[in-house]
Ligand binder design. Structure first.
Ligand SMILES: O=C(O)C1=C[C@@H](OP(=O)(O)O)[C@@H](O)[C@H](O)C1
Ligand SMILES: C=C(OP(=O)(O)O)C(=O)O
Length: 412
């Protein structure tokens, strides 16, 4: 499916968009709920990534296919490895079979896990024979993906003596590790994080509790981008808090310098966004190692605003849904940008033109589709394979129409 986008009647007045729960929080809570069934969850993410995890958790013997979901792959590897009486083949899409998992598998094997590679060494699919893991200390490289660390933390309560995790190298995507720790603590599991050491206690039962998922901040980024690229607009997004567990809530501060004002209404659990008159910086310089999922949105906003940017801390982008640095370079160049990328950074020059009537390829990456969509305020463009958005935000195109962007769907 292709979506052709035009400015349409944007901005619709008094529009409120309800974004479903954070997929990162949801997927952590589901792994915890599988261990402690008296936990209930509200505002669960509607994303494909959450649906596949939920389905996977119902399986004790057989094949689980997580498609493109990185967190589901990593969290379930640890979960099944530590769960007695399970025998699982854990697999995913072609791209998932190219996303490395050796660091996590080695850590689990050093704890006694029984995991075999079924195709290529270091990559899914995996054959996992679950058993009770008795050791209590593990070392893991922390500079490739924080998901490996969160995966170990989430199953640590199942270990008889808990787990002490030593992090090696510079830790990346840190807020996601902090989110995992906060959620464990919120259900009464003791844990701590100091320097390069994480300690999580063992736990058999927790008190009955309802966990409420805050809406997804990464999904909110596309509305921030729309606002930044608009002449004058406002909208409300729910449900958000000013005490978020999600690192991507840094959006509010980042987009403040790009002309978007955020007001938190804590009693109603909403944020009101509005375009403010502000002098834009000539150039934006940001280290995104704590918020890698915002890189595409920010680069494209800067392109649309005609300002240059240098984004660093992007070393994890190459092993996500696609090589995001290459995908961004290809598609931004199609739109008329001058951009250089290397393994860790992206350098975008001030745009002198924005090409019209281009079709953006999405590389099976939801964020490529959603990050380019706000450019429709500047020019007419089309997004190829637009259904990819369901990985994190199935209602994205509907919500975009609600705010007034004209979206014409074409079967391709
Ligand atoms: O733990 C999580 O929920 C996530 C961690 C991040 O991955 P990395 O740690 O691999 O950067 C992020 O990009 C991903 O979308 C979700
Ligand atoms: C990188 C992402 O997800 P995952 O790694 O969980 O597939 C994402 O949603 O941008």
């Amino acid at each position: 499916m292709k979506v052709i986008l035009e400015h349409g009647s944007f901005p619709v007045k008094n529009v409120k968009i309800n974004i479903s729960g954070s997929k990162s929080e949801s997927n952590r809570m589901l792994i915890l709920q599988a261990q402690f069934p008296n936990i209930s969850i509200e505002n669960l993410s509607e994303s494909d990534d959450t649906k596949v995890l939920l389905e996977g958790l119902k399986t004790t013997n057989g094949t689980v296919d997580v498609h493109h979901a990185g967190t589901a792959m990593r969290f379930l590897t640890a979960y099944f490895a530590a769960k007695e009486d399970t025998e699982i083949i854990l697999t995913g899409s072609q791209r998932m079979q190219e996303r490395p998992i050796e660091i996590l598998v080695n850590a689990l094997k050093s704890l006694g896990a029984d995991i075999e590679y079924l195709k290529n060494e270091g990559f899914p699919p995996l054959k996992i024979k679950g058993k009770s893991l008795q050791k209590s200390e593990v070392k893991i490289k922390a500079n490739i993906s924080s998901q490996y660390i969160s995966a170990l933390m989430l199953v640590a309560p199942m270990f008889p003596n808990g787990l002490r995790i030593y992090l090696e190298g510079k830790t990346t995507s840190m807020p996601y590790i902090e989110m995992t720790l906060s959620l464990l603590k919120s259900i009464g599991i003791k844990g701590g994080f100091s320097k390069n050491e994480i300690l999580i206690s063992s736990k058999k039962n927790v008190e009955t509790k309802t966990l409420v998922v805050e809406s997804d901040w990464s999904s909110a980024s596309y509305f921030y981008s729309l606002l930044a690229l608009s002449e004058n607009a406002e909208m409300t997004l729910g449900s958000y808090s000013n005490k978020s567990l999600q690192g991507d809530s840094a959006l509010a501060l980042i987009y403040d310098s790009l002309g978007v004002k955020t007001v938190f209404n804590t009693s109603e659990g909403i944020i009101s966004l509005s375009k403010k008159k502000t002098e834009l910086p000539d150039s934006l310089l940001l280290d995104l190692s704590n918020t890698p999922d915002l890189a595409q949105t920010i680069a494209i906003t800067c392109f649309g605003l005609g300002i240059s940017c240098k984004l660093t801390g992007l070393h994890t982008l190459k092993i996500k849904e696609t090589d995001r640095l290459l995908a961004l370079k290809n598609e931004l160049e199609k739109m008329g940008a001058t951009i250089q990328v290397d393994d860790d950074s992206l350098n975008l020059e001030k745009a002198t033109k924005i090409n019209s009537n281009k079709s953006i390829d999405t590389y099976q990456d939801h964020r490529m589709a959603m990050a380019f969509a706000p450019l429709s305020l500047k020019t007419k463009l089309a997004i190829n394979d637009a259904e990819v958005v369901s990985k994190s935000y199935p209602n994205f195109w509907k919500d975009l129409q609600k705010v007034g962007i004209k979206c014409v769907l074409e079967n391709s």
